[in-house]
Structures are given as C-alpha cells and as structure tokens.
Design a protein around this ligand. Structure first.
Ligand SMILES: CC1=C(CCC(=O)O)c2cc3nc(cc4[nH]c(cc5[nH]c(cc1n2)c(C)c5CCC(=O)O)c(CCC(=O)O)c4C)C(CCC(=O)O)=C3C
Ligand SMILES: [Fe+2]
Length: 345
C-alpha cells in the first residue's frame, strides 16, 4: 500500500487546555468573534477547572494518532502522523510550518469531527486553508465519516455493552438517548448543501437509526431511542438544536422509563463535552431523578473505526493518483465544500 502522493497525515482538531493557566486563553480563542456571552465563557472555564484545568482531548487525539500510525504501518505505510489545532497548541499554522520545513509538499488531512456542519467540517477546511496560505504545500482533507458502516458498527458495539451494563441494574423499560453537540438552527440549516436530508440533525437521525437497529439485532431486544443535544452555547435568544439531554431526562423520568443509556455518538472520543455534560451534569440529573443511568463508550480507538479512517486516507491517495473515483464532497481547494458560517446575531 502507498499513501503517495501524500507524504504525511495531518490531524486537524479543536485543541484544549493542558493546565489551569491555559484555560482562559483557550476559551478566548474558542469564543473569539462568536457572540458568546462572557457568562458562558466563565461557566465552561469552570468545567475545565473541575478537571484540573486539563482537557482530555489532547491525549485522546494522541492515542488515536498512535492507532492510525499502527494501522498504516500494518499496511506497509510509514509516514509521519502529526496534529494541528484550531484553538490551542500546537496550532495548525505552526504544524504546517514544521511540515514544510521537513520537506513535505502534499499531505492529507483528517478532521477529528465525524459529522458535516460549519463548525465540524467547513471551518476545518478554512483553518487548513489559512494554515497553508503563502506556503509551498498542498493539503487535501477527507470527508466527515459518520455515515459509514464502520462508524455505525463501532457505536452499535458501544450501545450493546452499555445496554448489558444497564440490564444488570434494570429489568423494565430502557430509553436510549443519543447525544450530540448542539449547534444554532441557522447552522443546522446550512450544514453541507442546505438540502433537507443533508442537515446536521438529519445526518444524526440516520446514524442513530442504523446504530439502534444494529444494536437491537445483536441484543435481541428492540431499543427505543431518540436524539438529544448537549453543550448549547451562544446568546440565549438564538435558537439552537433541542431537546437538551438534561431536559429529556426530566421528561422521561415521568414516562414510565426505568433506565437510560446516554450514547455520545456525536463525539469520537471522551472530550470535555462527554466528561462534563454527560458524565458529570447529566449523570447528576439522572441521580436526582432516581433514574438508573449508563453512558456508552465513544468509538475512541475501536479497531474497525481506525481501519475505516485508514481506508479513507488510502482511498483519497488513490484518487490523487488518478486510480480511484473521487467521491469526496468537501474539497476546499476546488471551491466545493459545505456552506460557510451563517450569521448568528
Ligand atoms: C459541532 C461541534 C463540534 C463537533 C463535535 C466534535 O468534534 O466532537 C464541536 C467540538 C468541540 N467543541 C469544543 C469546545 C468548545 N466548543 C465551543 C463552542 C461551540 N461549539 C460548537 C459546535 C461544535 N463543537 C458551536 C456551534 C459553538 C459556538 C461557537 C462557534 O460557533 O464556534 C466552545 C466555547 C464555549 C461554549 O460555548 O461552549 C468550546 C470551549 C471541543 C473541545 C472539547 C475538549 O476540550 O475536550 C470540541 C472537540
Ligand atoms: Fe464546540
């Protein structure tokens, strides 16, 4: 196998603080020009402080990079796998400088977000374009990968394990609450092409449906599920995707539900949204309601998930060599991508 013409893999991620002194400057980066009230900035800073001022994201990305490196090596491909972030060190621009200095002229990037939306796809294309601007290097990016059988299968395995853990405590009715990052309704409308079935929420509904079907079959139990959201920010008068997972917990507690499985399938790893919004806040809500609650694993370094990422990288290389059909939707270099950030004010 070969990754040629690419000579390196570049992870593009969000970044997060490593220590308490990083938290405020990180939060200022993450909210710059975004119309996010100071109150929300301070509130989210507190979430990071509860975890010693350290986000889990950087080491989780490192573990995923190790797994991708190992899977590439298994297929005979030995290339550097490096990372650059939008909001914290190492910043994408610095990582791209290092790549250029090391002689790389064409690399393939992968964003650590699974779904299409401005924040999780197009903005990474913009970040990469900014990071390489004026430099002698070309960067292509693989498409978001949520709607692949492998991502579905990895999440279904996590749901099966989660339901089994919950079944040790609960005999009656279970409710599966799929959870993803909320975004403003305008951004939802604009995600990808703006066609109804390409919206961010529609992508999640398709993936949730497929995950629930696969897990139900494996368990021999028809799961009842719904889609919920976490991590809403922005000004209060701006509508974001709902319902919030905590609000649904309140409601299902009164709907003859005996136990809840939260499935953070909007996140590929146990980022702060999972560590705080689900494992801290939603867990406390469920405890207050006396509702047994289990949180399913994120895909993390699931071997099937990692193999799929490597398949995508190798396929894109074959496309660049003219040996495979180009199925990429998001191609910033050719002006073909999902829609820009919609105005929110
Ligand atoms: C769709 C989506 C994903 C993709 C899911 C994924 O990739 O997993 C994602 C990932 C992440 N978001 C993260 C953190 C933050 N997101 C914020 C703010 C926002 N996110 C948004 C959306 C998304 N965000 C939006 C529309 C905003 C409003 C501001 C804006 O329009 O840009 C803010 C500002 C404070 C706040 O308002 O919460 C923070 C601190 C972290 C790091 C976590 C860690 O440290 O472990 C990660 C991976
Ligand atoms: Fe976010």
């Amino acid at each position: 196998m070969t990754l040629a013409p690419y000579s390196a893999v570049l992870f593009a991620s969000y970044g997060g603080p490593n220590e308490p002194d990083d938290v405020l400057p990180f939060m200022r980066n993450a909210t710059a020009g975004r119309n996010i009230p100071d109150e929300r900035l301070l509130e989210v800073s507190e979430h990071y402080m509860l975890f010693g001022g350290r986000s889990p994201i950087n080491e989780l990305n490192a573990a995923l990079m190790d797994a991708v490196r190992a899977e590439l090596a298994r297929r005979g491909v030995d290339v550097p796998v490096v990372i650059g972030n939008r909001n914290w060190e190492p910043y994408l621009g610095d990582t791209v400088d290092d790549l250029v200095a090391a002689g790389h002229r064409q690399v393939i990037a992968l964003a650590t977000s699974a779904y299409r939306s401005y924040s999780s796809c197009r903005q990474y294309c913009e970040d990469l374009d900014g990071a390489r601007s004026g430099k002698d290097i070309a960067i292509d990016k693989i498409d978001p990968f949520a709607e692949t059988p492998e991502f579905v299968a990895a999440n279904a395995r996590a749901v099966v394990d989660g339901v089994r853990a919950l079944r040790e405590r609960v005999q009656g009715e279970l409710r599966v609450l799929f959870v993803t990052h909320s975004i403003p309704l305008t951004m939802n409308q604009a995600s990808y092409t703006g066609e109804p079935d390409s919206r961010y929420d529609a992508q999640h509904l398709r993936v949730a449906e497929a995950v629930a079907r696969e897990a139900s079959e494996a368990l021999g139990e028809a799961l009842t599920w719904e889609l919920t959201y976490c991590s809403r920010s922005g000004a209060p008068h701006i509508p974001w995707l709902e319902p919030d997972v905590n609000d649904r917990l309140e409601e299902v507690a009164g709907e003859d539900v005996d136990g809840v499985l939260a499935v953070p399938f909007g996140f590929i790893n146990d980022h702060m949204e999972v560590a705080y919004d689900l494992d801290t806040e939603a867990k406390a809500t469920a405890e207050r309601l006396g509702l047994p609650y289990v949180r399913a694993a994120t895909v993390g370094t699931d071997p099937g998930f990692v193999a799929m990422l490597v398949d995508k990288l190798l396929h894109r290389a074959a496309v660049a060599r003219g040996e495979a059909e180009d199925t990429t939707i998001c191609q910033f270099s050719t002006g073909r991508c999902c829609l820009p950030r919609p105005a929110t004010h």
